[in-house]
Design a protein around this ligand. Structure first.
Ligand SMILES: *Cc1c(COP(=O)(O)O)cnc(C)c1O
Length: 406
């Protein structure tokens, strides 16, 4: 069956007591042991819970992995995988990875637990130069955050395979519907399920999908031992969100493409970073290894542009971190999502103040473009210029207590 059908049916209950169609939330910490001493399937919800299992099986199926482990946040997923490597291990990581991943790896390095090299992976030759006998894993995020740099999964995966090191991909930006890293040799795939997989900005969660049964057992051991596993209610919400992922993604992409093309024509915009544009340096690689270009994009405004005025002027785009929810978000990575990165690391990754990131939602696209257009106008308008009514809704008519805004 097509993933769209598999997702619609995902987790559909096999409850034979009441025949519920929706999977129950097994809101129980403990499960009764069998009187005959045989081990029950579940005993304690940190180690296993039926609602979480349904989500894990769905994600493992989508990514083409042997198994998945769902945990309490994307960072718990990152930490669960990275905790597999013994003290003194060397890890190579994309130089423009998620800010929280950079923070965790740098902290562990300062504590003397591991060594880490942050490398520009758009050049696979550069990667090979950093591999040492202590290197145990390669961590890749593609497209990267926030500049949407594209790493060739086949190329870097081959370098990792030749060196005998683990190949880990953070697939949060695209989801398994648009990119399947295990097909390119990845050993582990990591997700912040907070983003597109749940898709409604109401749960923080994470997942690790392992290519092999041994990998799955290792990650399950780490997540259970460290107490990172996800709670039943959040697992249920994410499973519910997943059912509409294919149709949400289609709208996210269609809107992102239109917004990218609009921004590319705006005089205040110096560069648009969206792999769907043929001008993007990673366009061809993205077209080869991705089934779509996703809903994330960034753009760079010219130096001296009044960014804070732009950010406070949008009415449809919400000024917020995070991404992948149905609603559109706007943010400045240097001061928000990537503020946790060391300034040198941020600089090296090209994340200057002029970069603005959009998570394009599923609204009617004309409203998104009109919103950006009026926000640019407000930002550029000379101080003391005639204020427009934007942001000040003037009620036009009111019937039955329902106010109709002009
Ligand atoms: C958000 C995010 C994370 C961290 O996930 P949380 O759920 O916020 O802990 C990791 N990687 C990427 C690419 C992300 O966008």
């Amino acid at each position: 069956m097509h993933p769209q059908t598999r997702l619609t049916l995902a987790g559909q209950s096999t409850d034979s007591t009441f025949n519920s169609v929706s999977l129950p939330i097994y809101q129980s910490a403990i499960f009764r042991f069998n009187a005959d001493g045989t081990k029950p399937e579940y005993d304690y919800s940190r180690s296993g819970n039926p609602t979480r299992t349904a989500l894990e099986q769905t994600l493992a199926d989508l990514e083409g992995g042997a198994g998945a482990v769902c945990v309490g946040s994307g960072m718990a997923a990152v930490a669960s995988v990275l905790s597999l490597y013994p003290a003194g291990s060397h890890i190579i990581c994309s130089h423009d990875c998620y800010g929280g991943t950079e923070r965790l790896l740098s902290w562990w390095q300062r504590q003397g637990k591991i060594n880490v090299s942050f490398v520009d992976l758009t050049d696979p030759l550069e990667l090979a130069l950093h591999i040492t006998p202590q290197t145990r894993a390669l961590w890749v995020e593609t497209p990267s955050n926030p500049l949407l740099r594209v790493t060739d999964l086949y190329q870097v995966g081959s370098v990792a395979k030749d060196a005998g090191i683990d190949f880990i991909v953070d697939n949060t930006f695209l989801t398994p519907l648009l990119q399947r890293p295990i097909d390119f040799g990845a050993d582990y795939v990591v997700h912040s399920t907070t983003k597109y997989l749940n898709g409604h900005s109401d749960v923080v969660g994470g997942a690790v999908i392992a290519a092999t049964k041994e990998g799955h057992e290792a990650v399950h051991f780490a997540a259970n031992a460290q107490g990172a596993t996800a709670v039943p209610f959040d697992s249920w919400l994410i499973l519910r969100g997943l059912k509409t992922l294919p149709i949400r993604l289609r709208q996210h992409q269609e809107n992102a493409d239109a917004v990218a093309r609009y921004l590319a024509t705006h005089h205040a915009v110096e560069e648009v970073y969206y792999p769907g544009l043929s001008s993007h340096t990673g366009h061809e690689t993205a077209a080869r290894q991705q089934a779509g270009f996703g809903g994330m994009l960034s753009f760079r405004v010219r130096e001296g542009f009044p960014i804070s005025r732009l950010l406070s002027a949008t009415r449809v785009f919400t000024l917020a971190e995070s991404l992948g929810g149905v609603e559109s978000l706007i943010e400045q990575p240097a001061t928000m999502s990537h503020a946790s990165m060391r300034p040198e690391a941020r600089e090296a990754a090209g994340i200057t103040d002029e970069v603005i990131r959009l998570s394009v939602g599923i609204e009617f696209v004309d409203d998104l473009i009109a919103d950006l257009e009026q926000a640019f106008d407000v930002a550029i308008r000379p101080e003391g210029g005639t204020p427009r009514t934007n942001g000040h809704h003037v009620p036009r008519a009111s019937t039955n207590g329902v106010t109709v805004h002009g």
